[in-house]
Design a protein around this ligand. Structure first.
Ligand code: GLA
Ligand code: GLA
Length: 665
């Protein structure tokens, strides 16, 4: 049987070899069964151009193998060694202000540079030639958190070629970019630049096109490494670790499609129930980018992570709960950055599995406890990169939140009517509200045919929508789906042109409204609605074109006009929310939308910090029940405790901070 993976990044090259045996002894004590080797180890693997030193890596891999520990092998290409950048200065990235960066940190590479790309492919190929069929190898971890953007001459040439392929003619580009504004008309392809630092606001369409181009470059880099290793390492799944949810330099849907297995890094930015909501968000994104297949948590932290310039410690037990949340939501294990805390270097204070103080610590004791729990759940794990045994998604959600890289990038455009449009914050808020209401959510593209599998689709801050996305949402609702669309969504097409005739224009026919005027609110200003709710950040002057009014503005410039509407469209229902509702009103609105769409809680008692998730394992269904609150909770779920094998009383009690993994009866 496959086991859930447990372990993390291991960097033997940073330690004297005399200490490796102690590492292995501690790994076995903790139940570690997987390590990731080689992340950032380029200068140890290829100390001089074209000269490889595999001795240490041979010994490390053999040591792991001899002790029954599997290896995820990374290509070290996120950190080119100093010799590389001295020999190939064009392989260093250029910032938007024209500065060519120097080596001295990590991620300092230029994805547009042929020298970088061939050096990366060379080291990936050398690793695959040597270890591609090694029996300890479980997966390829290509690169680390792709995300460097360069604005220099190498990117400039590629950007022009990309634009020529996209637009065909300069006339078409000038139209799409609306270059007549501020005298930007281009008379030759060679006049076009990446959006380097300029005097005032950038052209928004140029900016989003450059983001798309830069995303494609990173995908090309990834694909080159996939091609290099797949040839030499047949059947071994390939992946790259996404940095979720805030690191958006590529399109995770495209990266997910290129990967055999989606893997993610996730670091909590809050404690308690808020932290748990954050973990659920990262896990649901990961599962969704893998299109419902099982995925893998490649990195997280047992304890301290940086948040706003300070280390944030986790409460006792939180490392265990967070790991189980990820497994519940489809992860094939729980891996960490990193095995042992280094005595020096830029991240010497970052949490690990073996802290500076050594194994006789709270953290290491919790690591051992986690290893024991994961080790007692072998029936949950599926072979890496395989679909769920049921053939369906590993976790089935009936509500989805619309997510696209374009929507996020559009919300980052210059010149928007309010700086309050924040795609990530708005998506997170809606996801959190669903989580508190005991519903598991997926993320979905509006042009994905799988939209029809959901009962309810939520569309916050989706400023840009392509024709296919607008049509996708419309036919979803026409076919009986329910939707909630928030203000300004569908205002732009994918060229960031505003649909004329009223804002939210791409979705307006479906919503049965016409938005005439935008009325952003001042910081701290609120506006009362007829329902008793309060709106903030945003209001609009809108009228209905067939929709029913559910709440009106009771004050302010839009007083007497609709604030929330609902429109029957075909067999479905589409709501529009034109302001940012307070938490209670948002919850009430979602509760109503969920009830109307027939999306039920996982258990009636789920929600408000009692997390309940049903996932497919190799040998059937498991229900993960985690009490993130500080109160005991009662759970009515007949079945057996999957960790101990004991039958559970029905109902059973779950103390504050406790969990149960249940084989339902
Ligand atoms: C200035 C400029 C105009 C326009 C407005 C917008 O007045 O001259 O072109 O940009 O600002 O506020
Ligand atoms: C990322 C990197 C790791 C480490 C952690 C620290 O996830 O992949 O190497 O730097 O961040 O938070």
């Amino acid at each position: 049987m496959t086991a859930l993976l447990f372990g993390g990044d291991y960097n033997p090259e940073q330690w004297p070899e005399s200490g490796w045996d102690e590492d292995v002894a501690l790994m076995k004590q903790a139940g570690v069964n997987t390590v990731t080797l080689g992340v950032f180890a380029w200068s140890s693997i290829e100390p001089r151009e074209g000269e490889f030193e595999f001795g240490w890596l041979d010994r490390a891999i053999e040591l792991m193998h001899a002790n029954g520990i599997g290896v995820i092998l990374a290509t070290p290409t996120a950190s080119p060694p100093p010799w590389f950048s001295l020999a190939h200065p064009e392989g260093l990235p250029v910032t938007a202000d024209g500065t060519r960066l120097a080596h001295g940190s990590r991620d300092t590479y230029n994805p547009a540079s042929a020298a970088y790309r061939s050096a990366a492919a060379r080291v990936a190929t050398a690793l695959a030639e040597r270890y591609g069929t090694h029996p300890a190898l479980r997966a390829w971890h290509l690169h680390n958190e792709y995300g460097t953007v360069s604005y220099g001459p190498e990117a400039e040439r590629g950007f022009r070629r990309w634009l020529e392929a996209k637009y065909g003619t300069l006339a078409e580009l000038n139209r799409a970019w609306h270059t007549a504004f501020w005298s930007q008309g281009y008379g030759a392809w060679g006049e076009i630049l990446p959006p380097q630092q300029t005097q005032y606001l950038h052209n928004p369409t140029q900016l989003i096109d450059f983001k798309r181009f830069a995303a494609q470059l990173l995908l090309d880099c990834y694909q080159e490494q996939i091609d290099a290793v797949k040839r030499l390492s047949p059947g071994v799944p390939v992946t790259t670790n996404f940095m979720l949810p805030t690191w958006l330099h590529y399109d995770p849907w495209a990266f997910g499609a290129a990967s055999d297995l989606v893997t993610v890094d996730h670091y909590l930015d809050a404690r308690g129930v808020e932290g748990a909501a954050h973990a659920a968000l990262g896990a649901d994104l990961a599962r969704s980018f893998g299109r419902g297949r099982p995925w893998l948590l490649m990195e997280q932290a047992m304890n301290l992570t940086m948040r706003g310039g300070k280390l944030l410690a986790k409460e006792p037990g939180a490392g265990l709960r967070t790991s189980l949340q990820h497994v519940a939501r489809g992860s094939e294990g729980a891996l960490f950055f990193q095995w042992r805390t280094a005595p020096a270097g830029s991240e010497a204070f970052h949490s690990t599995l073996v802290p500076h103080a050594g194994p006789d610590t709270r953290v290491f004791r919790e690591v051992c406890e986690l290893g024991a729990v994961l080790g007692s759940l072998p029936g949950v794990a599926l072979p890496l990169g395989s679909p769920a045994a049921s053939g369906g998604p590993v976790v089935r959600a009936r509500v989805a939140i619309a997510w696209s890289a374009d929507a996020w990038w559009a919300a980052d455009s210059p010149g928007l009517p309010s700086r309050d449009h924040d795609f990530y914050a708005d998506v997170r808020r809606v996801h959190r509200a669903l989580w508190l209401l005991g519903r598991t959510a997926d993320f979905v593209r509006l042009d994905d045919p799988r939209l029809a599998e959901y009962a309810l689709v939520l569309v916050p801050s989706h400023l840009a929508a392509s024709d296919a996305e607008a049509a996708g949402l419309s036919s979803f609702v026409a076919g009986g789906g329910h939707a909630v669309v928030w203000h300004l969504s569908g205002t732009f097409d994918d060229e960031l042109h505003i649909e004329l005739g009223g804002y939210a224009g791409r979705f307006a026919p479906l919503l049965g409204i016409r938005v005439e005027e935008l009325l952003p609110l001042e910081d701290g200003e609120t506006v009362a609605l007829s329902s008793g709710a309060a709106g903030s950040a945003w209001s609009e002057l809108l009228d209905t074109r067939g929709a029913a009014v559910e709440a009106e503005y009771a004050e302010g410039l839009a007083a007497g006009h609709p604030a929330i509407t609902a429109n029957r469209h075909g067999d479905g229902l589409a709501r529009y929310v034109s302001t940012r509702l307070d938490d209670a009103a948002l919850t009430a609105l979602l509760e109503r939308a969920l009830a109307e769409a027939g999306v039920e809680r996982e258990l009636p008692e789920a929600g408000a910090g009692l997390e309940v998730v049903r996932r497919q394992g190799a040998d059937g269904e498991y229900v993960f029940v985690i009490n993130h609150t500080s109160e005991p909770r009662t759970v009515e779920l007949p079945g057996a405790d999957a960790v101990t094998g004991a039958a559970l009383p029905a109902p059973f009690e779950l103390a504050a901070g406790e969990f149960r993994v249940v084989r339902p009866a």
